[in-house]
Design a binder for this molecule. Structure first.
Ligand code: GLN
Length: 486
């Protein structure tokens, strides 16, 4: 038995079906790797017994003829997805001891399909960050260069996939947290349309933006796993009842490339773009050879996306995080003297600096006297940004943009400058504000570090995105590059 740690999900699926190895052997293989690379700090929790018990059930299901195409595949979950019987910390000291009484819908569905839970991935506290340096459990290294950040907030998930510690991991994306770490770690990251994946059991950060998705090796692997976790959920009022028969069919069928679409190039995203520009140009030429055509489009309000996002996300976070009061769950201070003392000290001790900054700015933006000037104005900008995209999609099928302004930055480089850190999200935040599906795929290497490009589609155009990405990935091998030493 030999297992390729960087094999695609579809390859692993075929090998399991052919009996080349069992899920227990595959799970043991990845558990062993997780233990060999603890220096990356990519996992917060691993429960070997639980993983192996699930793998045993998967093997039994296969023997009994009850296997799906993903039965027995071990994956990691970002530690924002609630899991019964396993810690869910959300990267926070506030939830360092929290075990949820139920599974998130995403976890429940993937488990029902036979997917094995390898462990819970490190992340920025409450998904606030772009570098994974805001985790209560320590920062995560980028496997391409351990002095660099893996991106955030799904930094653990990205690191795990890039280092071959699991074939895929779940992530969440509120303003870029799947796409940006995927770009920094040289893997494929997919954020579905807002409402495509249930938020039930996903710890809330900014509820009008939060969306669960995947970090994986390729578009084909995303297409294989996504249908098992997506779909309407009556327990999430914003989950969409729109069904997608194409996506459903991906449970059984391999991903086929699409041809001949028209792709828009948003001019504002390339104005002054430095490092990723050449790689994206080359990718564009490759897609042109494959029959895609390109035209320039304008998204004039994108420049206002960062301030609008940080006001809206902060405002929603300040409301969502008010539940951590030291009473119902999470951290509680020692011997409180009064109710106020209980609230004050539990929250001061439980939350980290960045989370406190968001709560303060968010509460300020919502306060009487400032509501109109900040929150309301940000909502108006959000509407204009949405309209820009809708207008662009009148003349093009998809958009091609950079994912990040540069390659992964150094650990510690931006920690003292929150605004510079926020600017990192310049290319990912607009699609989030508009609720659009978007993905990042590897498109080059610069000074030994991976570069990503972003595809953005109209609402519910998961099919167009994944099939365009497949057309690109069949013609190139950027997604097969891997860091040395793993
Ligand atoms: N970096 C952004 C933030 O800190 C996005 C985070 C996310 O998508 N969860 O808010």
């Amino acid at each position: 038995m030999s297992i390729d740690s960087f094999a695609s999900l579809s390859q692993l699926s075929r090998s399991l079906a052919a009996g080349e190895f069992s899920s227990q052997e595959l799970t043991r293989h990845f558990l062993k790797r997780a233990h060999s690379y603890t220096g990356l700090n990519a996992f917060i929790t691993i429960d070997e017994d639980q993983a192996l018990t699930q793998a045993e059930t998967a093997d039994d299901d296969r023997t009994a003829g009850r296997a799906t195409r993903v039965t027995g595949i071990p994956i990691a979950y970002k530690d924002i997805f609630c899991t019964r019987d396993l810690l869910t910390t959300c990267g926070s000291g506030m939830l360092h001891n929290f075990v949820a009484p139920y599974d998130a819908t995403v976890v429940e569905r993937l488990r029902a399909a036979g997917v094995v839970t390898l462990g819970k991935a490190n992340m920025d506290e409450f998904a606030m960050g772009s570098s994974n340096e805001n985790s209560h459990f320590g920062s995560v290294a980028n496997p391409w260069d351990t002095d660099r950040v893996p991106g955030g907030s799904s930094g653990g998930s990205a690191c795990i996939v890039a280092a071959g510690l699991a074939p895929a991991a779940t992530g969440t994306d509120t303003g870029g947290s799947i796409r940006q770490p995927a770009a920094f770690c040289g893997i494929t990251g997919f954020k579905p349309t807002y409402g495509r994946v249930s938020r039930y059991g996903m710890v809330a950060f900014a509820s009008s933006l939060d969306q669960g998705g995947l970090l994986a090796r390729s578009a084909a692997d995303v297409a294989l796993l996504l249908p098992f976790m997506a779909g309407f959920d009556p327990r999430d009022a914003t989950s969409s009842p729109t069904t997608d028969t194409w996506l459903e069919a991906c449970r059984e069928q391999p991903l086929e490339p699409v041809e001949g679409l028209t792709i828009g190039i948003p001019e504002q995203y390339f104005d002054g773009l430095d490092v990723p520009a050449a790689a994206i140009d080359a990718a564009r030429a490759e897609l042109e050879t494959a029959g895609f055509s390109f035209r320039s489009v304008s998204l004039p309000h994108s420049a206002a996306a960062i301030p609008a996002y940080y006001i809206i996300a902060g405002a929603e976070a300040s409301t969502n995080l008010s539940r951590y009061d030291g009473v119902r769950f999470g951290h509680r201070c020692e011997s409180p003297q009064s109710l106020e003392d209980l609230y004050e000290r539990s929250r001061s001790e439980g939350f980290g600096t960045e989370v406190k900054r968001r709560i303060l700015t968010g509460t300020y933006a919502l306060s009487v006297g400032y509501f109109d000037a900040y929150y309301l104005k940000a909502q108006k900008i959000r509407r204009l940004i949405q309209q820009d995209f809708l207008d662009a999609f009148e003349s093009v099928d998809l958009l091609l943009a950079p994912t990040t302004p540069d390659v992964a930055f150094r650990r510690g480089e931006l920690t003292d400058d929150p605004v510079a850190m926020y600017q990192q999200d310049i290319f990912t935040v607009p699609a989030s504000l508009a609720g659009l599906p978007a993905m990042s795929l590897p498109c080059g290497v610069h000074q030994g570090l991976p570069l990503g490009m972003q595809l953005i589609g109209p609402h519910f155009a998961e099919q167009l995105l994944l099939r365009t990405a497949e057309a690109f990935q069949r013609r190139t091998d950027w997604h097969q590059r891997r860091p040395e030493g793993y």
